[in-house]
Structures are given as C-alpha cells and as structure tokens.
Ligand binder design. Sequence first.
Ligand code: SAH
Length: 399
Amino acid sequence: MARLILKTGREKSLVRKHPWIFSGAVQRVEGDPRSGETIEVRASTGAFQGWAAYSPTSQIIARVWDFNEATRIGMDFFRERLQRAIEMRGAFVSAGAAHAVRLVHGESDGLPGIVVDRYASTVVMQLSSAGGYYWRDTLTALLAEITRAQTVFERSDAEVLQLEGLAVSVGLRHGSALTGAARFEEDGLQLLADVEQGHKTGFYLDQRDNRSLLRTLASGRAVLDCFCYTGGFTLSALAGGAASVLAIDSSADSLAAARAHLELNRLSGAELLEGDVFQVLRRLRDQARSFDVVVLDPPKFAPTAALAERAARGYKDINLYAFKLLKPGGLLLTFSCSGGLSRELFQKIVADAALDAGVDAQILRWLGAASDHPVALGFPEGEYLKGLLCRVAGRLQRR
Ligand code: SAH
C-alpha cells in the first residue's frame, strides 16, 4: 500500500481528528497511488495517523477515512458508516418514506466528499472527492441495499470538482430511471425536486427548519421572499397564512417551478417577479412599499475566503434595503451560505446594514442548517449556512 509521510509536526490537525491533509504538509508520497486509492498516512516519526483517500491534483491531497490502524477501508467500512449516518437521522428529522432528508453530510458524517439526499423513494448521491469517486460502485450498491430506494441517481457536478481534477459524473446508477421531478412531502406540503438539473441535489433541504420557522411567523403578514428559487419559503409563508407574498428570482425556470409548486398545493396569494434582487429592492423602496417579513436567501456570494470582501458588499447591500423596506416590528430572515464568510463577519455586515438603513434592530435567533446537516465539532469548515432572525425595533434618531 502506498504511504504518505507528513512533514515534521504536521500531524497536529489529524490528532484533532480533522480529516484534511493539505499538500503543503506532505514530506513525500511513497509508491504510486492512483486517484482516490486508500493510502496510509504517517507522521515524520513513523507514527500511524490514518487511512486516507489520495487526491493528487487537489490542494487537499488526502482525506482521512479513519484514524484507527486496525480499520480496513472497504465494503464493510462503508456499510457501517452509511448505516450510522442514516440511523442518526431518524431521531431528529421526520424521515418517513414520503419525506426528504439528507442521509449523509460528507466530512461531518465521517464520509469526506460524499453527500446523499433522499427524496421519498429516490436517493441522490453527490460525490466531490477522489475517494468518493473511487468507491462509487460500492457506495451505490450499499445505498441500494440499505435504503431500498427505487432509484439511486448520481449528481456529481458541484463546482469544486474542478479543484479536485474530477470530471462531472451524472446519471442513473441503480434501479428505475427518473420520470420527471422527485415528489416528496414536508410539513404537509407537496414538493418537487428536479434531481437531474435542480440546484444541489434538487432542493434546499438545509433550509427546512427555517421554512417551518417562517411558517409560524407569517400569519396575516405581507412577506417578501428574495431569491425564491422554486418557492420553498413562499410556500411555507402561504401555508402559515401570509396575507401576501412577493417572491423574486432572476431565473424564469425557477419561477416556473415555483408556480408549479403553488398549483400543486392549491396555494394562492403569491406574486412571482422575475428580476435582479439588487435592482428590485431599490425599485420597491422608490415606490415606498413596505413589508412585515423579508427573507433574504441569496446564492453563495463568497465560495472561498479570498472572495469574502466582495461578497460582503453584496450582503450589506441587500440587507440594507431589506431593513429599509421593513415596517416597525417587522422581521428579517437573512442568510449566507458562503463557506468563506464566518458567522461573526456575517453578523457584523447585517449590523452595519441596519445602522446605514437607520433602524434599531435586534437578533431574535441565530439560524443554521437543519439537523440532518450536522457539523462535526472537529470540522468547523462544515458550517456553511448561517442566518439571523432580526426584528426592527424602531428607527434610529438622526443627529
Ligand atoms: N431560497 C431558495 C434558495 C435560493 S438559491 C430556497 O429556499 O429554495 C438562490 C437563487 O437566487 C437562485 O434561484 C438564483 O436563480 C437566484 N439569483 C441569483 N442571483 C440573483 C439576483 N441577482 N437576483 C435575483 N435572483 C438571483
């Protein structure tokens, strides 16, 4: 078996059970491992550190599967990891056969670069690491065995594949072919996930808890849903008795999917508007429109820490206008799914936005991804989605 030897002292993060090994920490690689193959990782002293998947073209040159020397990486190892991840879901998420749930959340479930979502009887596997690619067939067979899904579909097309030197891999891997969108239930709503072409694996499962929160806040309110995609928040607001919803997205296809969702659930009261949120918010302000609740769930403005500064301007801008559009007592649900932006920085940006908008605002709750998207304590990089529920307490006195 090939072996990776670390530079002196560079095993520190592994000792803390962090699974990533950066290429800069490597003294040498012995043998000629193929991409994704399991290699042995040792400290410069020779001490065993872990079994890892080799990722030659990536800056993260290896990802550890297990830190125990006695473990063998193979079918049984993956069966046990998958079972453990899947069983854990039952306790926290309504994981009935008709529901959708993230079954495997990568590093935080001990399976680096492997994401698995279930939409009722359709299972979608999204691989983003050389190790995941190497074990694709094993993972497919195990998912079919454990979940008894009708369909196992692969959606390995995330942007990060480029950094890993991996080619897009999308298609049916087991069972029946997809016939249109996968249908599932959430909180009594009928939902559709476009597993083949939709964002992520077809739906934003990570926002589930925040959708139910909005539902409890929406009764009788005028809601503005910015970056609505296929209408997740819009449907929840209407189901919660919102007086009206204005939903904005720049994608006509997403709005068509949102419209189909409204019809499927026989919900009315939403206006869907195609446009650029940055411009529409200004126009609404010029028209002196106001809302009781505003949702801001933009796409990733900062995929990496290096782009955080430019992203910060984007977040500041939309939050500023959202505050201006809120009535006194109004609520803002504001999110960032940028992995490169910390929770602290995001909160500061929102605070600056409130100040510039001339409002006195409070945080009522810190928001994040639903509990089927856990963050391993030793892997803080796993926290990408962060949000705030804010209330406008009043206007600031201008001096
Ligand atoms: N809130 C959604 C997910 C949002 S994904 C949900 O819970 O399902 C981000 C969405 O923002 C995408 O649908 C994309 O089309 C849209 N988008 C990206 N940039 C935009 C812009 N400048 N103005 C309006 N919509 C935009």
